[in-house]
Ligand binder design. Structure first.
Ligand SMILES: O=C(O)CCC(=O)C(=O)O
Ligand SMILES: [Fe+2]
Length: 193
């Protein structure tokens, strides 16, 4: 039978490798980021021949889901420097290690389906702006799924590393109000040999 966890902010985090910080940025910084993001052209996410409702753009490195190409792309814009520094401090890595960022705009009706982030990059560190949402986690256990949720209020920050990054999938149900996310990813540790 699948177990259902529900999380309030002062409960211990239910999945190993998951970290969370409320109020990681000020409301003024949130407004500054949203205004800067709104000046960027965010195309709808394209996967093979489909397009999704969420709009997204990556900087630093790009995994192109249309053709599975992974490689360098436009540099991370300067307006993201303050949050890049905060994300690095939160994850305990050097700022230069956060080589990729993806910006997503979820208009009403847009969500993100169950997935694990691509393995080309390592830690995943995400800021939430705008409407609050819930990130859902699941991992297969025999014939059922073990499940967990975390509330993502605006201006909060989460880190997915280790188990939650590699063993669990995550998703966000279609939103009913506008939300943006700014997600930094770190270089994977060099493989031995
Ligand atoms: O919007 C979010 O916080 C999650 C984004 C996400 O899961 C992803 O870009 O892989
Ligand atoms: Fe993801």
């Amino acid at each position: 039978m699948a177990e259902q966890f529900s999380l309030s902010l002062d409960s211990p985090l239910p999945v190993s490798g998951l970290s969370f910080r409320a109020d990681a940025i000020s409301t003024a910084e949130e407004a500054r980021l949203i205004a800067a993001i709104d000046r960027i052209d965010l195309p709808p996410f394209a996967f093979q021949r489909w397009t999704a409702k969420r709009r997204t753009k990556s900087f630093g490195y790009l995994y192109d889901f249309r053709n599975a190409d992974f490689g360098p792309t436009e540099p991370i814009p300067d307006f993201l420097n303050p949050v890049r520094t905060i994300a690095a401090g939160f994850a305990g890595v050097a700022t230069e290690n956060l080589v990729q960022v993806s910006i997503i705009r979820y208009d009403p009706g847009a969500g993100i389906g169950w997935h694990r982030d691509r393995p080309e990059l390592d830690a995943v560190i995400g800021f939430s702006l705008g409407a609050p949402t819930v990130m859902r986690f699941r991992r297969r256990r025999g014939t059922a799924f073990e499940r967990a949720n975390i509330a993502l209020p605006p201006r909060s920050l989460y880190l997915l590393a280790g188990e939650v990054r590699y063993d669990w999938e995550h998703s966000i149900a279609p939103m009913d109000a506008l939300r943006w996310s700014v997600t930094f990813r770190g270089l994977a540790a060099p493989q031995p040999g």
